[in-house]
Design a protein around this ligand. Sequence first.
Ligand SMILES: Nc1ncnc2c1ncn2[C@@H]1O[C@H](COP(=O)(O)OP(=O)(O)OP(=O)(O)O)[C@@H](O)[C@H]1O
Ligand SMILES: [Mg+2]
Length: 264
Amino acid sequence: MNLSTLFRSSAPLLPPPRSTSTSSSRTVATENFSIEGRNLNFSITTRQGNYVPILRDCSLRIPSGQFWMLLGPNGCGKSTLLKILAGLLSPTNGTAYVKGSKSYVFQNPDHQVVMPTVEADVAFGLGKFNLTVDEVRSRVSNALDAVGMSNYLQRSVQTLSGGQKQRVAIAGALAETCKVLLLDELTTFLDENDQVGVIKAVRTCLDSSEEVTALWVTHRLEELEYADGAVYMENGEVVMQGDAARILEFIRTRQSAYIKQINS
Ligand SMILES: Nc1ncnc2c1ncn2[C@@H]1O[C@H](COP(=O)(O)OP(=O)(O)OP(=O)(O)O)[C@@H](O)[C@H]1O
Ligand SMILES: [Mg+2]
């Protein structure tokens, strides 16, 4: 038996998602899970007419109010899965469900901020809610507080570091009372201080509100220490999901087996 078969045959840490009653093809019944994907497949057809599967039968469930991470090697399909959950891509088949309003935050901090000042940027998405000026101020202030950026209210966004821009983007989502944050490799372009600042900001948000759930895509194993749970993918498939410490152990075992295999 090769290693891959061995790991795939391990019992999943979470039971498979329950069957559902659906009122629409994108709805999956769920009680304590804010994010759920069932048998998600995604494929593309190249210009040459070749069929390329990118996601294969991916199922995952993220409990409400928790901070989970999505890990896996380059090109295994993490961003594609996250975009499907965000509704930015439609799966070829399978169902995706996110409970409540959601926000997808991109990898590049410079793609996040659109307004000249921090205050204006966080308030940007609130136009659609018909709020009074005081309500807008209060939401902006609370959201900036949640990500540790309240002292930056009047700052020009151009003067912020990458991590501060990411935190402002997260504050924008919180100001809109988004309940699910879908965060794609926010720390890729950041230096170490900024990385820690962003991840701690998300952790603090979740600790102070049971209503917010976050799924964070990352390559960095050290970030798992902030997570409640994790999903590990390889080659378009969800290989394992569950407790963060056990996923970390699983990935480390997998990496050392891979290194041994190469050395031998
Ligand atoms: N529109 C597309 N056309 C062709 N191939 C695509 C397209 N979108 C994604 N892919 C391929 O699908 C696979 C999964 O891509 P995806 O970006 O989801 O991976 P990832 O795990 O997020 O990778 P990374 O860690 O590098 O961000 C990759 O092989 C990628 O090249
Ligand atoms: Mg990606």
